[in-house]
Ligand binder design. Structure first.
Ligand code: ZN
Length: 124
């Protein structure tokens, strides 16, 4: 069950426009953390579209979960998307962040975040 979904695609588009216009350097946006790239390779799912920067097909979606309300200061962990419901059942409500990462050029951006509620939790 999902609630309070936040979409970051507008920010993504704005950032890509800055790159196209040259006001933002490629080095600024191709700086994915090695852990994120690794997660993209091993447990990421196919994005279903090419990388917006290098046009290669290595664009992946990585799902990070944070327990509870998901203070971004606490350390999240990457889980396979299929394991989300199971994870929520075991750990209670989660905050989920979906990040795209290109394992070829290391472009990365946050796509969306939402709360994944443990099954049976009433939605307020
Ligand atoms: Zn790329």
């Amino acid at each position: 069950m999902r609630e309070r979904r936040m979409d970051y695609r507008l920010q993504r588009r704005a950032l890509l426009r800055e790159v196209t216009e040259g006001t933002r350097g490629l080095g600024d946006v191709r700086d994915a953390h090695p852990d994120l790239v690794r997660a993209g390779v091993h447990i990421g799912s196919q994005a279903g579209e090419p990388c917006p920067l290098c046009r290669r097909p290595e664009l992946r979606h990585v799902v990070y979960v944070f327990e509870g309300k998901g203070a971004r200061t606490s350390s999240g962990r990457a889980v396979p998307r299929e394991a989300l419901a199971q994870h929520a059942e075991r750990h209670g409500d989660l905050t989920v962040y979906v990040v795209e990462v290109c394992t070829a050029c290391h472009w990365h951006h946050l796509l969306e975040s939402y709360r994944q509620l443990a099954r049976g939790t009433a939605v307020g």
